[in-house]
Design a protein around this ligand. Structure first.
Ligand code: MSP
Length: 533
């Protein structure tokens, strides 16, 4: 039976139009999902929206509509964007879904019955924007939110608390026994030093000062705190505590299923500290890994609507094509590290890797097979000299490294390895100089073998790049005349038949540097309403 892989993105706040930063996380989750599926895993991919909370209530009020109308409008924008970006999610959970609301209420009842939550009073400094209470020391003399820098309000209210102390030992045990539970590993130490060592307080898990949330059935003036509500999306979507929980049993409870939550660095604390405790209290298994990806930054810091330095995915996809944008996101920002969007690097990456490296290799190969073999690609019969042996070896190493890297979530590294193979293909052409071989009648076999090697390089690269290049990958094999039967991981080691190649359009157009950089800059300077339209 195929091994299982369950991947999630955070559920996004529907408080604004999604920008390239949100797109980054969903595209990376999608690439991982498709890469694991390519490796033969039985995969399931979830994304969705985090629709409750005071911020949404206030935003809706300002627009003169109900919170439900407000979130419905924005949900459509997210769904459209995911479609545009080729996001292959199996489900789209919204925390206003009845299935989610029902489960959260059942969970809260269980917590109450088990004394995991208790009623008390809360006094603290509250940031509406981050939906988070902070302590006196955290907000400092200026009373500013340590996360977003906005002013916080002092609030006191009756609230339910989740008893963290009870579950702290089990959390520490997970940290200890499973070194890759939080990846990159530095993030785990950060959590221990910043939040656990100073003493972990019980977590306030309800609110009484606004109403846009899931009501606590036993005490209706309380709504469930947005983070308790939100984190559970990962299992409510699978059917936890619902009539049909087949997916929950299959992708969550089965110890053989690998569960990966992809999260931005800003929400690591909730996923690595509270989420495992919430699960422990219900006797449920924990995710295999919380993978903390970096943020996409702009020159002046984090991309955010309030700073007005946002770039959106839509105009990029329209102008450069879906595959180019997906490729840029996966290759330019090392998965797990912060990255910076600059127009110069964007254009350079597309030109260097896609047009000059990959596109060129295909173009040269198909042209030469046309010229020297009337379009019939020769089969790989013999090797001639060390260049052939080296390229054979590189093909095998790339396949092995790709599998290893994807399985350890080193997405950028896996794809860099494939592009290295492509570069080697281009160098191989220079080394073998097919134009010289073609002039010597005795070198016909060597020329044929050279073409066969190039076809192999391109075919292997095309299949391995298929999780990123949703359109162009298949076009590579089409130009090479290679059929669907060969377009899977397990066929990569099979000998390719002789095929009829046909030259198509260039895969990627070479971009005019200055002109494109100017255009991107004008896009970044555009008022946000227009850019996001
Ligand atoms: N609703 C919470 C998450 C609850 S999950 C149980 C939330 N939402 S969010 O919309 O503010 O951010 C969600 C995620 O979007 C971040 O964790 C991150 O993965 C992604 N990003 C938002 N801005 C980003 C960048 N500038 N760069 C990269 N990713 C970014 O927090």
């Amino acid at each position: 039976m195929a091994k299982k892989f369950y991947i999630t993105t955070p559920i996004y706040y529907p408080s604004a139009s999604p920008h390239l930063g949100h797109a980054y996380c969903s595209v990376m989750a999608d690439i991982l999902r498709r890469s694991k599926a390519l490796l033969g895993y039985d995969t399931y991919f979830l994304t969705g929206l985090d629709e409750h909370g005071e911020k949404i209530e206030k935003n809706a009020e300002a627009k003169g509509i109900t919170p439900q109308q407000f979130v419905d409008e924005i949900a459509t924008k997210f769904l459209n964007l995911w479609k545009l970006l080729g996001i292959s999610n199996d489900d789209f959970i919204r925390t206003t879904d009845k299935r989610h609301v029902d489960t959260i209420q059942k969970v809260f009842t269980r917590y109450l019955n088990n004394d995991d939550v208790y009623l008390s009073r809360y006094k603290g400094w509250y940031c509406v924007h981050e939906e988070t209470f902070w302590t006196e020391t955290q907000v400092g003399k200026e009373h500013l939110c340590p996360e977003c820098g906005r002013s916080v309000e002092e609030k006191e209210e009756e609230a339910y608390f989740f008893s963290c102390q009870k579950y702290l030992p089990s959390l520490l045990k997970i940290f200890e026994e499973n070194p890759s539970f939080v990846t990159p590993v530095g993030r785990k130490q950060e959590m221990i030093n910043n939040f656990i060592k100073p003493g972990l307080n019980d977590l306030c898990v309800t609110r009484t000062t606004f109403s846009w949330g899931i009501p606590v059935k036993e005490n209706k003036k309380h709504v469930v705190y947005v983070w308790l509500d939100a984190l559970f999306n990962y299992i409510t979507a699978l059917g936890y505590l619902q009539e049909d929980d087949t997916k929950f049993q299959k992708y969550w409870m089965d110890e053989e299923s690998e569960i990966v939550h992809l999260v931005g660095a800003d929400i690591t604390r909730f996923h690595t500290i509270y989420w495992p405790m919430f699960l422990e209290a219900l006797g449920l298994r924990k995710p295999s890994r919380i993978f903390v990806h970096g943020l996409m930054m702009m020159k002046d810091g984090k991309m955010s609507k309030s700073k007005g330095n946002v770039i959106y995915a839509e105009p990029l996809v329209e102008h450069y094509g879906l595959d180019a944008v997906r490729y840029y996101l996966a290759s330019e920002i090392i998965f797990g590290q912060d990255g910076q969007f600059t127009p110069e690097l964007f254009i350079e990456r597309l030109n260097a890797d896609l047009a000059n490296n990959l596109g060129n290799l295909l173009n040269r190969t198909v042209s030469m097979i046309g010229k020297y073999f009337d379009g019939m690609a020769p089969t790989h019969e013999k090797d001639f000299g060390e260049e052939d042996l080296a390229i054979n070896q590189k093909i095998q190493e790339t396949i092995t490294e790709y599998e290893k890297d994807i399985n350890s979530l080193k997405v950028t590294e896996a794809y860099h390895a494939v592009m290295e193979l492509v570069s080697m293909g281009n160098k191989y052409i220079e080394q073998k100089a097919p134009w010289a071989l073609a002039k010597d009648a005795n070198k016909k076999d060597e020329l044929a073998s050279t073409m066969a090697h190039l076809v192999e390089v391109l075919h292997v690269s095309s299949v391995l790049l298929s999780p990123i290049l949703l359109e162009k990958s298949a076009q590579i094999d089409e130009q090479l005349g290679i059929g669907e039967d060969y377009r899977n991981f397990s066929s990569l080691k099979k000998k390719l038949p002789s095929t009829l190649v046909h030259k198509g359009n260039p895969l990627f157009m070479r971009l005019e540097n200055e002109k494109e950089v100017e255009w991107l800059k004008s896009l970044m300077a555009m008022p946000k309403e227009k850019a996001a339209a």
